[in-house]
Design a binder for this molecule. Sequence first.
Ligand code: GTP
Length: 421
Amino acid sequence: MVATILVGMLCAHLLCFALMFLLISKRLQGKRMGMDFFALGSLLLGFAYVLQLAEGGPAWSVMSVVNHTLTLAAPIAYWLGSMRFFGYAAPLWRPLIAFSVVYVLAQVLVQWSLGQAARYAMLAGISSLLFLGMTLTIIYGVRTFAKDLYAEMVIFALLISGICVLNAMKFMKILDGGLEALDMDSSFQMAFYIYMSSLATVIPPSIVWLVLRRLTDDLRDMAGRDPMTQLLNRRGLSEALKVFFNTRNPAPAHLLLMDVDHFKHINDTYGHQAGDTVLCHVADVVRNTARHGDLTGRIGGEEFVVICLDTDSAGVMRLAERVRAGIEEQAIDVAGTQHPLRCTVTIGVSRPFASTQALEGAMRDADAALYRGKEAGRNRIELPRTPHFHPDPHAGRATPCQRTPSEPAVLSDGSATHQQP
Ligand SMILES: Nc1nc2c(ncn2[C@@H]2O[C@H](COP(=O)(O)OP(=O)(O)OP(=O)(O)O)[C@@H](O)[C@H]2O)c(=O)[nH]1
């Protein structure tokens, strides 16, 4: 009687959570994070337990064959759903249908050749192996694709390994004592149902928690990035900087502020779309040239920023020169223009700064240097006005480049795009 109530509650939990997962997956639309797979898994397992209640005990019937197949199809759906959650494009129906057909045939074969107990032992054995596979996948995941969810994954691994152990024990018991081991009111089966009921209560809300975490992480990321170039925006820069300065003994940072030269003319001549292509190209060069760990951002129309972390003034100058030269050298293919475009940037360098609060000051510093660079002819790197800034004289071009103040940005075929007054 108690076992029947437990299994009944288990069914109710699973079917309710199936509905909840389905509603969540509808809400998530394009990015379902595997919630539709979890809905199906819960539905299949819920139905499997309904059939078990209807069956009452071990039997050789269509209901029993379907029950066993659903019992194993459910963890497969969960497994595939987890892959979806972590961004792998796992299919659902084909593997499930293929597995179900194979498993129905296997049941018929085992029932006829080895008998009823062997078929139930096969169910317990394969369940145990499936949950072992899941546990191992999670253990692999915490070292690779699920590093950011370490604590959650460890808890999942522990809970799921419990099902693996219980099914392995059931397998041994059936081999040892036959079908009597499956008596619903036996102490082992009671423990089994209590454990499964507890999991059915704990795991689905935990999965919802994971989805919530992913969604809030995505939102935070979106709020901190420029949608066009995917570089950090002001907010993203300042949050990343906060994290850096909260580490132990952080070195002072330097800020490079760069502005595309004569950008208005590119817009006016080739259109806004072409201007956007140029901005994306500049963003790519900045992103690919900065060192791993530096912060790269776009903080306004054609203004970009690199915050150099853990480097000295000489390193900052080398980086600034690499960015300046990289942008100057690379031609930009723009749809609708006969020749690729070229553009240049002027870069202002800040004094070193050592806190997030000092970011605004560093920005002003670099802006003043940038302004001087524009005045002095563009396509150059301008240093802060401070006696403490000592760039390595061999590190790159800290002096104005050869372009004259009136020289414009040009098309790669050599024609001018602008005449500076
Ligand atoms: N295509 C495009 N243009 C933008 C965007 N944001 C700002 N702009 C344009 O960028 C141009 C900036 O022009 P200015 O500030 O005059 O600077 P400039 O022409 O680059 O001149 P200097 O900086 O002095 O070399 C303006 O025409 C803005 O409309 C954007 O997201 N896309």
